[in-house]
Ligand binder design. Sequence first.
Ligand code: NDP
Length: 335
Amino acid sequence: MSTIYAAKHTRNDDMLYNRSGKSGLKLSAISLGLWHNFGGGDSYENGRSLVRYAFDSGITHFDLANNYGPPPGSAEETFGKILQDDLRHYRDEIIISSKAGYTMWQGPYGDWGSKKYLVSSLDQSLSRMKLDYVDIYYHHRPDPDTPLEETMSALDLIVRQGKALYVGLSNYNVEQTRAASEILRKLGTPCIIHQPRYSMLDRKPEYGLLDVLEEEGIGSIAYSPLSKGILTDRYLHGIPDDSRVAKKSPFLHPEELTGEVMNKVQALQNLAAQRGQKLSQMALVWVLRNNRVTSALIGASKVSQIEDAVLSLNNRAFTAEELVRIDRILTGESQ
Ligand code: NDP
């Protein structure tokens, strides 16, 4: 029989909490996502230890989506069980997000951005997690065929129904974000957060999106800040058996570990070592470097990876020279 979990009293002491845009909501600078390692085929006890360790370290934000697993929905079920087993007394200290937008169920109502899909999918998510409400509900990807007004009014409705406290957008481009934000503001349910992919190996948000978010008062949470594990020491000496690549995730293929990428990773690793940091740690504080990113949204398969992430916050400052060296490594000008 497992012992009753009591969170550490000191859990919030060393974490940094950043305000999401102009909202009242603060998020831990490191958040934990449950995309991988929390599915039906993964070890429940490992997932449980990851969430417990994260919460004990001051991580207050856990990110889910209807389709995380596999099978789709199982990560929400796992998280619901962890909440029941360990965290139910701490619900008011936790920010839980979910999303809908990708294929979830058969037929025309289980995908994209209709009001029918968003509202019914959230009901399913709440039932899987055994929750009355989520803190943040996202539209997971833009839908080219549903009027933006319909999708945004679904988010507004969900908040008015009390099923979510805040709403966010994910994977929306600059123009889509501006348009959606305007509609949501008029509806009285402002967008408070955007979830883009952002890392040293994918700097797209720097080309306009982060500017729009600042103008609109929207926070941002960078997903895959470690480029799914590439921006760590994981693959510097081959492909470890317990890695995401070896486990044949459909979202990370060995072909992505090209010579060019790995040369950059090695050069970044050398620079991180000069800063007295692991590469994974430098990669996280790099996305957080200019206050435009509210939180770095990591994944983890081991407790030690969460420990690395949290400790990264102790060494956050970059010199101008270090930033130039990183830019030159990333553009391939130097190694
Ligand atoms: P990361 O880029 O943080 O990659 C996480 C992986 O990197 C881990 O699973 C682990 O891989 C490896 N890793 C982490 N820390 C270390 C370390 N210290 N040393 C060595 N390796 C390490 O993020 P994810 O790609 O997992 O995405 C994070 C979250 O972002 C998701 O869970 C989800 O919530 C969200 N997301 C949102 C999307 C959207 O469309 N909105 C899309 C994708 C993700 P290994 O398993 O090999 O140990």
